[in-house]
Write a protein that binds this ligand. Sequence first.
Ligand code: NI
Length: 136
Amino acid sequence: MKVTVSRKAHFNAAHRLYRKDWTFEKNQAVFGKCNNPNYHGHNYELIVSVTGEIDPETGYVMDLGDLAAIIRNEIEDKFDHKNLNMDVPEFADLNPTAENIVVVIWNKIRAKITSDKELEVVLYETPRNFVTYKGS
Ligand code: NI
C-alpha cells in the first residue's frame, strides 16, 4: 500500500532569463521582460511529495519533520533571498527558468531520500504558472 506524503515550502529569489551566447536583442525577443539586466523577483512556492510504503512500525512513509529539514537545508538555505544567476552555482551556466529550477531542486532532494521512495516536486513561479518534475 503506497501513500504519498507532501510538504509545502517557499523561497523568494531573483533571476534573469537569458543566454550569455545570444545578443541582447535575441534574448529580448525570446525572454522579453524576463531578460531585464537588473533582474526581477518571484515568490516561489514548492510542493515536495514522497511516495512509498507505510512503515508498519511507525505508521509513516517518511517523517515529515525529516522532509522539512531536507527542504530547509538543501533548498531554502541555498535559494531564499538569493540571486539565482549569481549566488547559486548550478545556475552559473544554466538559465534559471522554472523548468531548470525544478530539476535542480529535485536532484538535491533526491540525493537525501532513500531509493525505495518516489519523489515529485511541483514549483510555482507565480500563482498561475507552475512546473512539475518526477525524475527522468
Ligand atoms: Ni521570472
